[in-house]
Design a protein around this ligand. Structure first.
Ligand SMILES: *Cc1c(COP(=O)(O)O)cnc(C)c1O
Length: 247
């Protein structure tokens, strides 16, 4: 059992923020005929301490939620070996920009890699996973907003065809879905269009590229998680709305 002090929102600002996020998620799920408990709450852990992460993991467990921990930065992978976090049974994901020279660390750390955004990174991950005797789930990152600062394949079947073929031929990487970072704007309809586009692309890729195992949609962050849930997100990636603003 968990101590009541850890699960009571009144006494703990972290718990209060978390409960606010879960209420938003559940309301959006309900509006679209879904159950909020089916959606994985991925904690975006960049800049956070092992203590902060462990506290939120305990709170989510007490609330019976699907959890994953998502790191952005290869340099921050080491903190997940802290005694507070190691062997806690929470799946580890990698969600950040990938560099080929960090592929080994990322493959060792993460059972799911969300950010395959170009062919050469798929090759590097494949090589490292095969050498280590590991099989890793991957999501293909798609640039649904057209913003130049964002990585990812163009949101077309033509752009996805070759990478899906490569991944399906791989013995060590399993493509299980698509990931996007929504448009960076306060205009909800623009955000919705980009997230809706990811869902349509996944459905088309499943059928027309013959990749039935594309089940996941990793989309939605602190600012747009309701829209993402309404548009079918299976994994939302949340940092600041739970942990507080980053320094
Ligand atoms: C930081 C980050 C998030 C979470 O962002 P917040 O706005 O803090 O919720 C989600 N996805 C990726 C790829 C990130 O880098």
């Amino acid at each position: 059992m968990h101590e009541t002090s850890r699960t009571s929102s009144a006494s703990d600002p972290l718990a209060a923020r978390l409960d606010g996020v879960l209420a938003r998620l559940d309301a959006a799920a309900q509006r679209s005929g879904r159950d909020g408990r089916e959606i994985t709450m991925l904690l975006a852990t960049k800049t956070r301490t092992p203590q902060e992460i462990a506290t939120v993991v305990d709170l989510l467990r007490a609330r019976d939620r699907r959890i994953a921990v998502g790191e952005n930065r290869a340099q921050e992978i080491a903190k997940h070996s802290d005694p507070l976090l190691v062997d806690n049974g929470v799946p580890r994901h990698f969600i950040g920009r990938l560099q080929t020279n960090k592929a080994r660390d990322v493959v060792a750390f993460a059972e799911m890699i969300h950010s395959v955004d170009r062919a050469d990174i798929a090759d590097a991950l494949e090589r490292r996973a095969a050498t280590a005797g590991l099989v890793r789930e991957v999501l293909v990152q798609v640039n649904t907003s057209g913003e130049e600062s964002k990585g990812g394949f163009a949101p077309t079947l033509e752009a996805l065809g070759p990478i899906m073929e490569r991944l399906r031929a791989s013995g060590s990487l399993r493509p299980v879905g698509l990931m996007t970072i929504g448009a960076n704007t306060s205009d909800d309809e623009t955000v919705r269009a980009s997230l809706h586009g990811l869902r349509e692309l996944r459905d088309q890729a499943r059928e027309q590229l013959d990749v039935p195992e594309l089940v996941h949609l990793s989309m939605g962050m602190s600012g747009d998680l309701e829209i993402a849930v309404e548009e079918g997100a299976t994994i939302v990636r949340v940092g600041s709305a739970i942990f507080g603003a980053r320094a």
